[in-house]
Design a protein around this ligand. Structure first.
Ligand code: GLY
Length: 581
């Protein structure tokens, strides 16, 4: 690189920093961030701390925690509570999720499972009517749809064990937003409109999310949530006990009693977060650390990478027909295993070691015909998975020391069950829908799922949430994750492969067009941007391609290069945000 080019690059970087994130006081920049300006999508750059999330106010709150001396976990917890106020479609107190933390000074990764659990009274056939048909309204949009929420326990567990700030400090910004109100953004207005009909059917959701006359808040109007402020203040004052044993618990159970729900005071008091060993895999000089069961995410990301790692993917060409064929065939093999082997490891044996074993991947790779798509029915006839919600949300946090947090949490569907708990300002999840309601029998789509994910009291439903951290030559390098139900796994996978094998920067890796195949139904989804010629070639190989008309996932990612934090929010949905300093 000549000197002029180098000077230009440094100056450009400094402008980017100053303009993008209020960076002002960095005295000298010795090593400019590694950015290839020939790429069409560029990340946002910061030096000290960064939060990338689905919404601006919450991301800025997380970043401000680090600016005030907090660590990445303080930032992640503050962001999680703030999103419950600013991003109600998926940010939550009444749901659950998974948090993956990298602690740089100990070189240790911690995985916190705060997934919802089925109430003790839940039973295998609880969503079947007298004719054995699935009652979808009860399963998805009633008090029975909810698992015991894990978010409050999970975020506070992370804070108490790995954070440095007090509950009051990390909750104060969320309380202020709920109390003083937030300006309704285009995204919030749109999301409420999209789910308006369902939300209006629940009297408490109608009261919370709409004006007293039932009309929607317009963009720019102030939306206040005093009940949610009360709930957050209870949590700040009394900790998790307020939610699981105190007045909030009483209000949840009052709703359950009135609406034939199953969650009891004992279910709430019994809720526990669980620290689990994450799933690990390698891909050339990279180590991948991701979500273990009850998520299927880490297992299948590693399994697919194992199948791909001995191919020269760069030589095939990014999003070429040959590459996409290989990717789709590997996805099919992995998702077939998902339907058979995955579930809550505390209730069923999940063969994580066997599924992520490289020798198994070598055998599976040999089953892929380079020229023809194998029909899904020939891979494992008669077994398939239930469709999962495309909602959920993810955010990533990093600091200059290499600490990282990758957090995915959810209400399941957008706005969960659409049922709010009176007097709390809080929506409940519909995570019970992630269980197999009719194991062994076809669901309404003619699909079948195995027994390992049947409903049982105290069990956690199978998830696809895949908060992931990648290390390069032993150094923390990339934190990412996505919403999207079963599409989460293939979204995160392609983001990783784009960065690791195709050398894309973090923004391009997240934005590039994606495909998705989940074995059943036997169709290959292709986003806009996969060329019609490529689609024709894939069809000639035997793939049933469904092209355009949808997006796949929405990543929120941070990459650390040369000591710089490079952040990218996926443009597939509006108003995500990179907050850094
Ligand atoms: N509810 C979406 C997931 O857990 O994968």
């Amino acid at each position: 690189m000549n000197r002029l080019h180098s000077l230009f690059l440094t100056l450009f970087t400094l402008c980017l920093l100053a303009a993008g994130n209020g960076w002002a006081t960095q005295a000298a920049v010795d090593d400019p961030p590694i950015i290839d300006f020939s790429e069409r999508f560029l990340p946002t750059v910061a030096r000290h701390g960064m939060v990338v999330g689905p919404e601006q106010l919450a991301a800025e709150i997380g970043s401000s925690m680090m600016k005030q001396g907090g660590n990445v976990v303080d930032a992640a917890v503050a962001t999680g509570f703030a999103l419950a106020v600013t991003y109600p479609r998926a940010g939550n107190l009444g749901g659950g999720g998974f948090m993956l933390i990298h602690l740089a000074d100990k070189n240790q990764q911690v995985f916190i499972d705060y997934r919802e659990t089925a109430p003790a009274a839940a039973t295998r056939d609880m969503f079947l009517d007298k004719d054995g048909e699935e009652d979808l309204m009860r399963e998805y949009f009633s008090p029975q749809a909810s698992g015991v929420p894990g978010t409050v326990a999970g975020l506070l567990h992370a804070l108490e064990k790995y954070g440095s700030m007090s509950r009051q400090q990390v909750l104060a910004p969320a309380i202020a937003l709920a109390e003083q109100g937030i300006p309704v953004s285009f995204a919030l207005n749109y999301e409420l409109a999209e789910r308006g009909e369902r939300l209006r059917q629940d009297p408490e959701s109608l009261r919370l999310f709409f004006k007293p006359d039932g009309s929607a808040y317009e963009v720019g109007e102030t939306w206040r949530q005093p009940d949610l402020a009360w709930t957050l203040r209870q949590i700040a004052e009394h900790g998790a006990a307020a939610f699981y044993q105190g007045e909030i618990a009483q209000r949840i159970v009052a709703l359950m009693t009135a609406g034939n729900g199953l969650i009891t005071l004992k279910d709430l008091a019994d809720y526990r977060t669980i620290e689990r060993e994450p799933v690990r895999g390698t891909f050339h000089e990279f180590e991948i650390v991701s979500a273990p069961p009850p998520s299927s995410g880490g297992v299948h990301i590693v399994q697919i990478l194992n199948m791909l790692k001995n191919d020269d993917l760069a030589a095939l060409g990014h999003n070429s027909a040959a590459y996409l064929h290989l990717l789709a065939e590997a996805m099919k093999l992995a998702y077939a295993d998902r339907s058979e082997y995955l579930g809550d490891p505390d209730f069923t044996d999940v063969p994580v070691g066997a599924l992520t074993d490289e020798r198994y991947a070598t055998r599976q790779r040999k089953r892929i015909d380079p020229d023809h798509a194998t029909p899904s029915a020939d891979i494992a006839p008669g077994r398939a998975m239930l469709p999962e919600s495309k909602d959920t949300t993810h955010y990533s946090v990093a600091d200059e020391k290499g600490n990282m947090v990758s957090n995915t949490y959810t209400l399941n569907a957008s706005f969960g069950s659409a049922v709010s708990v009176p007097g709390t300002g809080m929506l409940l999840n519909n995570e019970m829908g992630d269980f197999a309601a009719r194991p062994g029998l076809p669901n309404m789509f003619g699909l079948v799922q195995g027994e390992r994910n049947k409903i049982e009291g105290g069990k956690r439903p199978l998830s696809s949430m895949s908060p992931t951290i990648v290390f390069r030559n032993g150094q923390p390098w990339l934190a990412t994750g996505s919403p999207g139900g079963s599409r989460i796994i293939t979204t995160v996978l392609q983001t990783l492969v784009n960065a690791m094998a195709f050398d894309m920067n973090v923004a391009t890796a997240g934005v590039s067009s994606r495909i998705h195949h989940q074995w059943m139904p036997d169709e290959l989804l292709a986003e806009e941007g996969i060329s019609p010629d490529t689609i024709k070639l894939l069809e000639q190989m035997g793939h049933k391609v469904v092209a355009g008309g949808m997006t796949i996932g929405r990543t929120q990612s941070i990459m650390i290069e040369n000591g710089w934090l490079l952040g990218a929010t996926d443009t597939r949905r509006p108003q995500g945000w990179v907050a850094g300093y």
